[in-house]
Structures are given as C-alpha cells and as structure tokens.
Design a protein. Structure first.
Length: 200
C-alpha cells in the first residue's frame, strides 16, 4: 500500500494494482455455450509450464500463454464492444479516475486460530479463583441436553482466512495508462502479488 494527497490536502491510503493489458481468449454465446460471457486472460506464463490444451486455446486468440484466465458473465451492453476474440483491453478502455469499482480476491490464510483471534472473544478472564490456563478459552457456549449437538454456524476455533472476499465501492484515485497501473483507495484482499478481479 501507499498513500496520496487528495484535492483538499487529505492523506488517502491507496493500493497500487497492475491491471492489464488483458486479452479476450474466448467469447461465449447462448447458442453454443448456453450463456453469454467473455473470457479474459492476464499475466505471462512459460509455454513449457502450460498444457497443450491451454496452448491451443490461447493460439486461437493469437496470443501467448497466460497465467490467469477469468470469465465475466452477462456483461452489459456498455462492454459488448470488447467481445472480440484476441482483442486487447487496457485500463483506460474500461475505467476512469473517480469511478467506483468492486474488487474480488482471496484473503491471506492464517491457519487454525482460536476464538479470541478468529471471532474476537475476550476469553474466560483473570487468573484468580483457580484459573491459570483459561485466558483465551471460549468458555460456556450454551446448549446441553436439548439438541445434544453443536449447531451449525457456531463460532468456534478453526481455519481462518483464505476465503473469497469482495470489497465494494473502492474509488479509483489515479490511472497511469503507460505503466498499466491503477491506484485504488483503501486496501484489497490478499498478499502482495496476488490476483484480484476488478468489476465496474
């Protein structure tokens, strides 16, 4: 992350994203595929690490092997002009400074965590009255004989993170079309160099 100064001198926390250029590698329609969608690819990949089926798929679009392939379904008429096999799409073709977008990504995985870190429990409490190892324990959680089971959705210890996350209404602060860079206010899910999907 970084920060930029706004028009009124406020300091805005931002995330810098390399967005594109993306290549249209497939155009789907209702007659042959049953639904309308375009498939975009991004990021270079060595041919030796790509399957022959994927290489043939990219060859149809007259492009090299790509690392990420994402499909966008039921796009609006505004973007119907991009539905052309092999077409290269750049930032300035879709986004403009001041637009509000949504970002979809995978959050950082944090492994198996207890209830204090995972759900914000405060723990059982002090070290007095015979308690010496209960500071971060979940404590009493309800049902006993009735139901006689743990209800679904109970907040317990478990795997935390590594989930698909969608952040909405992030504002585009700056666009650098020469470097294919877009600067967005706020943070995005995932670690550095991870892949995110930007939606208008």
């Amino acid at each position: 992350m970084t920060s930029v100064f706004g028009s009124e001198g406020e300091n805005i926390a931002c995330t810098v994203i390399e967005a594109g250029p993306c290549v249209v590698t497939q155009v789907k329609n209702a007659e042959t595929d049953g639904y309308v969608a375009i498939q975009l690819s991004f990021g270079e990949k060595k041919e030796k690490n790509t399957t022959k089926a994927a290489l043939g798929h990219f060859k149809k679009a007259n492009t090299t092997a790509k690392r990420n392939v994402i499909e966008f379904r039921d796009f609006s008429a505004e973007f119907s002009g991009f539905a052309e096999l092999g077409k290269e799409i750049r930032i300035q073709d879709v986004f403009a400074e001041g637009d509000f977008i949504d970002a979809v990504g995978t959050s950082k995985g944090r492994g198996f965590q207890g209830v204090v870190k995972r759900h914000g429990f405060s723990g059982v409490g002090g070290q007095t009255h015979g308690q010496h190892n209960r500071l971060r324990a979940p404590g009493s959680m309800g049902n006993a004989s009735f139901a006689s089971r743990v209800p679904k959705g109970k907040r317990l210890a478990g795997r935390m993170g590594n989930d698909r996350v969608k952040l909405m209404n992030l504002q585009i602060v700056k666009i650098l079309p020469e470097q294919n860079i877009i600067v967005v206010s706020g943070s995005l899910p995932g670690a550095k160099n991870s892949t995110v999907i930007l939606q208008k």
